[in-house]
Design a protein around this ligand. Structure first.
Ligand SMILES: Cc1cc2nc3c(=O)[nH]c(=O)nc-3n(C[C@H](O)[C@H](O)[C@H](O)COP(=O)(O)OP(=O)(O)OC[C@H]3O[C@@H](n4cnc5c(N)ncnc54)[C@H](O)[C@@H]3O)c2cc1C
Length: 283
């Protein structure tokens, strides 16, 4: 077992000070479901460990008129069981219920899923499809906000500074009439890494025209991001089978330059067409 100083701060202020004092040699730990396996295999050698799981300021789910704030230490089970999330952000419920098995969902947190930046993360793509904003805080620079789509800069590499904490995830409540879909393909139902997943959020106006669409595949690219070429084919149009087929044909444009095993493209295209068909062509 490795030796490190383990600090459980009494307050957010205390946490930010500890992080600022030990930024380069410190790892933040929440549920530990990503971090502890890496400590065991000695991929990481932190000298300091900052435990944020018990920090009240990083927990809880709250709302104002249009927005929901999710504390980063919220577990997947809490997301699945919270009425507010079921009512306004059902995509998060669908994505969270696909994570690991019950033990992982009870322990793993949404903040950990975002900050790990795994290419195969299940919840990060849904958070991006929901156009979330992330609140980051550090002792030196105070508070800043970034789009969830900017959270990761390379596989397993977040855009957070070494002295920064993720302190809140802010997501607009889906408007009435907005629709969303999530699907994960993996070898078995529990404890399996995604071969691919797909998150879709869209909105149509009174005439049935697609007014807003965000599509985010997971485990298809080095890290999750929106596929904007396909989105542009759909936006501003009235949907029919031909439009969906046309958008599916452009998927390779979005995935250009990315190495993907051959089998994934047709499977992904079929899931894409089926989910869009369910959202747009069925009442
Ligand atoms: C058996 C098993 C199965 C799994 N199955 C899945 C799966 O199906 N789908 C999936 O997406 N993931 C899966 N995972 C991965 C993992 O459970 C998730 O990524 C989880 O969300 C990580 O959350 P955590 O709280 O445990 O993070 P931790 O391990 O505590 O931390 C992960 C990373 O995030 C950083 N971090 C955490 N909180 C903050 C914060 N507030 N501010 C800044 N940095 C922070 C840590 O420093 C660390 O780098 C699985 C893991 C295991 C062990």
């Amino acid at each position: 077992m490795q030796n490190f100083n383990f600090h459980s701060p009494a307050s957010l202020e205390d946490a930010l000070t500890y992080l600022s004092d030990h930024a380069e040699t410190c790892k933040i730990i929440a549920g530990g479901t990503d971090l502890i396996p890496n400590l065991r295999t000695e991929k990481l050698y932190p000298m300091h460990m900052l435990n944020v799981l018990e920090l009240e300021e990083l927990s809880g789910i709250s709302e104002n008129e249009n927005t929901i704030r999710i504390g980063p230490t919220t577990t997947f089970t809490e997301l699945i069981e919270t009425t507010l999330i079921n009512r306004f952000l059902p995509l998060l419920v669908k994505a969270s219920s696909q994570v690991g098995g019950p033990q992982i969902r009870n322990r793993g947190t949404i903040g950990g899923n975002i900050c790990t930046g795994s290419p195969a993360a299940d919840v990060l793509p849904a958070v991006i499809a929901l156009d979330a904003e992330l609140e980051l805080r550090s002792k030196k620079n105070g508070t800043r906000r970034i789009a969830a789509s900017e959270a990761v800069q390379a596989p397993y590499n977040s855009n957070l500074g070494p002295d920064e904490l993720l302190t809140g995830i802010f997501i607009h409540k889906l408007k009435p009439g907005a629709r969303c879909a999530y699907e994960k393909i993996a070898t078995r139902n529990a404890m399996a890494r995604a071969f691919m997943n797909l998150s879709i959020v869209l909105q149509r106006d009174e005439e049935g025209v697609i007014s807003d669409v965000r599509i985010v595949p997971g485990a298809m690219m080095a890290f999750a991001r929106r596929i904007t070429v396909a989105e542009e084919v759909l936006a501003g149009k009235k949907p029919d089978e031909f439009l969906i087929a046309k958008a599916a044909e452009t998927l390779l444009g979005d995935l250009k330059g990315v190495w993907i095993p051959d089998y994934k493209i047709p499977v992904f295209r079929n899931i894409f067409k089926r989910l869009l068909g369910e959202l747009l062509l069925k009442s």
